[in-house]
Design a protein around this ligand. Structure first.
Ligand SMILES: C[S@@+](CC[C@H](N)C(=O)[O-])C[C@H]1O[C@@H](n2cnc3c(N)ncnc32)[C@H](O)[C@@H]1O
Length: 311
């Protein structure tokens, strides 16, 4: 393995940053917290070294690489490469790039742009991630945000794989795309604990797909509560704001304005904690409905009734 100047990497961050890049047993380098972090806190903000469109090729990566300064070129060659079948410049890109938007976890997750980042490329993967990457359109920077309270010294991990999938499927994905056997705390569970985790994730995946199609609002709100319970039990924060937003829409459809307001407030709070208060589109839409929930176009779609508030 290439010898890596960790001091040089760490010196890229400002002295007050709450993370450090260090060797992690069995995983190469990784990122740890140098102090306790609160949920919602921004851990890192980084500009891309270069970006690519969705139709990238060896030529486009080469062309971007040739525009870098000589020290940037040296730094680009340091991160991991899990694609020995590709040209090394392309392999490094495919191993380390991040999607750049679109900035909505409520809508499509398919980015048509990606970028490579020297510090952020050092985050290892966990199937119960404690930080999440988010592309902040306004500043054209990648933000890494704490998804729960984190202890000093804890490793900070993002998720490389689909979270709402059973262990075997996640492992196969990571082996195929990143060339490693995941040894995160969830993949290391044994027996019943592993089976229960799989069941929760599969159930969550089904709820995530199905909730938008449920027509009966009482069944819908129950499904939302169930999804939020499963997330809590599984220690995940994936799409929390989306599930709260679903709860809001069920209440709005039956003109239950007081409960709708409580659901949208939770959705907004969960969104700010997940991706920060960037004044982006999701935050802006949610804020509008906190002020005037009755302005949502689904209002009164179904006969009036009272549902329930989030727990
Ligand atoms: C994007 S790099 C992450 C940083 C990398 N550890 C380094 O030293 O630069 C991806 C590589 O890190 C390692 N890795 C990431 N997450 C891992 C995990 N959960 N278990 C084992 N290895 C992991 C794998 O070798 C993977 O191919």
């Amino acid at each position: 393995m290439e010898s890596i100047d960790i001091f040089n990497l760490n010196s890229r961050s400002s002295g007050s940053d709450p993370f450090s890049i260090v060797p992690i047993s069995g995983k190469g380098l990784g990122v740890t917290a140098t102090r306790a972090l609160a949920r919602g806190e921004i851990v890192m903000i980084e500009e891309p070294l270069f970006t690519q469109t969705g139709f990238r090729s060896l030529e486009s990566v080469l062309s971007a690489f040739s525009g870098l300064s000589s020290s940037e070129k040296r730094n680009y060659l340091l991160p991991a490469n899990c694609h020995p079948d590709l040209h090394s410049l392309q392999g490094i890109y495919e191993t380390n790039c991040f999607p750049l938007g679109p900035n909505s976890r409520l809508q499509s997750r398919h980015a048509d742009r990606s970028g490579v980042f020297l510090l952020a490329s050092r985050f290892n993967s966990s199937c119960r991630p404690n930080v999440e990457n988010y592309w902040h359109t306004k500043t054209q920077t990648l933000r890494i945000i704490a998804q729960r309270d984190i202890r000093k010294g804890e490793e900070l991990c993002i998720a490389y794989s689909e979270l709402l999938a059973p262990r075997e499927a996640r492992q196969a994905f990571l082996r195929h795309n990143f060339g490693f056997d995941c040894t995160c705390e969830v993949c290391s569970l044994q027996g019943d604990a592993s089976r229960r985790s799989d069941e929760r994730r599969v159930a969550l995946g089904k709820l995530y797909e199905d909730i938008g199609f449920i027509q009966n609002p009482r069944r819908g709100i129950k499904a939302v509560q169930r999804a939020l319970d499963l997330l809590r039990e599984e220690g995940l924060t994936f799409n929390r704001e989306g599930f709260y937003y679903d709860g809001f829409q069920f209440c709005i459809a039956v003109s239950d304005i007081p409960n709708a307001r409580k659901w949208i407030e939770r959705a907004y709070r969960a969104s700010v904690l997940a991706i920060g208060d960037g004044g982006d589109r999701i935050g802006w839409i949610m804020q509008r409905y906190i002020d005037r929930p009755e302005s949502h176009p689904l209002r009164g779609l179904l006969p009036k009734t009272t549902l329930c508030a989030p727990r």
